[in-house]
Write a protein that binds this ligand. Structure first.
Ligand SMILES: *[C@@H]1O[C@H](CO)[C@@H](O)[C@H](O)[C@H]1NC(C)=O
Ligand SMILES: *[C@@H]1O[C@H](CO)[C@@H](O)[C@H](O)[C@H]1NC(C)=O
Ligand SMILES: *[C@@H]1O[C@H](CO)[C@@H](O)[C@H](O)[C@H]1NC(C)=O
Length: 343
């Protein structure tokens, strides 16, 4: 009885914040205007679901899920914070560009990215980290527990003393990740539980292309939610074909995800190749066969056959022509001979 009560309590508690949760904040800024692209923008994700974005061209923060729409006051504050943040990020970007001697190339457009994440673990502890990158290369990260910035490259090692002194306040970063970030996460989580349970089935397209060493099979899986997915290529219904390239799960603007898994094969007569997709929205894994492989052999045979027929026809034509000419000169013998020799 006591056990049952205990279980009920545990269940009731864990429904609210079951498992671990994370809030991710992805920010990017470009050093010069590019047509059609905001100079400064960010997106906030909770457990992988995009919930909020800000773009400098519209200058307002916007919710990406309708269930948050009545947090209008919160949204106004986020807009103001985003605008103040823009000034700070610009300073950081300019510092990085200057320190890495990238100012000389005036035509170049640099991309500054800042990514931070706070996590609420199952055991109620709080985790968090941050990364700063320029032109797609991570330079500096922040270790919340040790309250230090860590250099990711040799260039960044030399930069750290000035960075620590002028650019970032360790205390602020720690406080932010442990307090405001977690508070926002809890606020959003309380309103988006149904959105998080939403599941969208993946669509699958398979195709093949010729490569130097054989044939490449591509399995494009798209439009699914949530993010976790398993995609693999199977030969003859049992042997997994391992991919040399690691496939990345990419976000779509509509909040769904996509991935493309490619493998290289040497086509064999009679072999079947299928792409297997497993996702939480599916009762059974989706299996899609690539059929073009076997058709390809036929296509080659067909092409060769056509070529032979064409050559034969050409040969016949010439012979006939010769025959006709011969016929004009000599009414029998040669024409007959020409015809028979081609058969
Ligand atoms: C948002 O809606 C909920 C109920 O749907 C309500 O309790 C809450 O007060 C609303 N918040 C605001 C800021 O209007
Ligand atoms: C940038 O240039 C300065 C002076 O030319 C030099 O001392 C410094 O090491 C350079 N920094 C990098 C990261 O290359
Ligand atoms: C709590 O969980 C996290 C993530 O699973 C782990 O890294 C951490 O060490 C745990 N902390 C304690 C005190 O158990």
């Amino acid at each position: 009885m006591a056990l049952a009560v205990c279980l009920v309590i545990i269940l009731a508690v864990s429904v609210a914040y079951c498992g671990s949760h994370k809030l991710q904040h992805y920010l990017s800024m470009i050093s010069a205007p590019i047509y059609g692209m905001p100079e400064y923008s960010f997106r906030v994700y909770v457990d992988g679901l995009p919930v909020l974005r800000y773009k400098s061209d519209v200058q307002v923060a916007q919710f990406l899920v309708p269930s948050l729409n009545n947090l209008s006051e919160h949204l106004e504050i986020q807009t103001k914070v985003a605008q103040i943040w823009q000034i700070h990020q610009e300073r950081k970007m300019k510092f990085l560009i200057g320190f890495l001697n990238k100012t000389s190339d005036r035509a170049a457009v640099h991309v500054y990215q800042r990514k931070f994440t706070c996590e609420l673990h199952e055991n109620r502890t709080i985790g968090g980290y941050q990364e700063f990158a320029l032109n797609g290369k991570e330079l500096i990260s922040f270790d919340k527990d040790r309250e230090v910035f860590v250099a990711a490259t040799q260039e960044a090692v030399n930069m750290l003393p000035r960075w620590n002194k002028d650019m970032c306040n360790q205390m602020w970063n720690k406080m932010y990740l442990e307090n405001e970030c977690i508070e926002h996460m809890k606020l959003y989580l309380s309103l988006i539980t149904t959105d998080l349970k939403k599941k969208v089935k993946p669509k699958v397209k398979v195709s093949s292309s010729e490569s130097e060493s054989g044939t490449k099979l591509h399995c494009w899986v798209y439009g699914f939610y949530p993010r976790d997915v398993e995609v693999k290529w199977i030969k003859n219904g049992r042997d997994e074909i391992y991919s040399e390239e690691s496939a990345e799960i990419l976000p779509n603007p509509d909040g769904t995800y996509q991935i493309r898994v490619s493998v290289e094969v040497t086509p064999e007569e009679g072999a079947t190749y299928s792409c297997h997709v497993d996702h939480s929205s599916l009762e059974n894994p989706l299996v899609t066969f690539e059929r073009k492989i076997s058709h390809m052999t036929y296509r080659i045979v067909a092409a060769v056959a056509v070529a032979i027929l064409f050559a034969l026809a050409l040969f016949l034509c010439i012979k006939m022509k010769v025959g006709e000419l011969a016929l004009e000169n000599n009414h029998c013998g040669i024409a007959q001979e020409a015809f028979y020799s081609t058969v």
